[in-house]
Design a protein around this ligand. Sequence first.
Ligand code: SAM
Length: 272
Amino acid sequence: MNYRHSFHAGNFADLVKHALVLWLLDRRRATGPVTVIDTHAGAGVYDLSGDGVRSKEAEAGIARLMAANHRPPLIEALARAVSELNPHGGARLYPGSPLLIARRLGRDDRYMGFELNPPVLELLTAALEPFPQATARGGDGYDQARAEAAHASGALVLIDPPFERPDDYQRAADTAAAIVRADPRAMVAVWTPLKDLETFDGFLRRLDEAGAKRVLVAEARLRPLTNPMKMNGCAMVVLNAPAGAEDAARQICDWVAGTLGEAGAKAEVWTA
Ligand code: SAM
């Protein structure tokens, strides 16, 4: 396992994912207590003065977001979450999905984050320690998420693999579809990179074959998808998206593509 999210924390793709997760969580919490299941949780929080400086990804992402003059409401909500974590200013600490979510839980909500890499699991456990409603668990997130979601009516599930294994697309699609088949009230958001359209289309086809219908696809492309060796953009794919999700996703993807993108950048939000 070579993937280290600390090199990528706070990049444009985290901004798309985290701004939409915040909105989905608010919407889901408005209907009653929620169980959030994070299949690939990571470390929980990232010190951007470490690996992030070397990669410069946060500099091109969250640093530009925090410095922007005009932020639409859902981008502003993410800026606020980052500011809360940095009460003395700046954005040295960047919240991963676990901390972003745990800080917003009510008394009757629950969060469980799965992490396969033992040293990262240790960091996650420490980051979640102040939050009694949140737990860090070891092991494979795909399998455990299916089992947990089946017990938690209307769970919000985030599937955010590193895509370093060839079967990650397949397992992400099969897990997402199985969760909504078992509980039609569950809401599942899958993050994917956008390198080339063939791979992404294959992922959407797999979801369709597994029975997932009316899937919201939110793409932020930083540049045309001409070089498949590069992460040219990213997508959030949401099963059982709540009303208003299309507008929310458009607001986020438009801002990210328009502000952080290169020539030929574009946002596309549609239903597959
Ligand atoms: N969701 C996190 C966030 O938004 O802050 C980032 C997660 S990062 C993209 C992916 C993480 O999944 C890595 O920390 C990696 O060690 C972990 N991982 C890889 N395969 C896994 C699996 N099968 N089950 C659980 N965790 C896994």
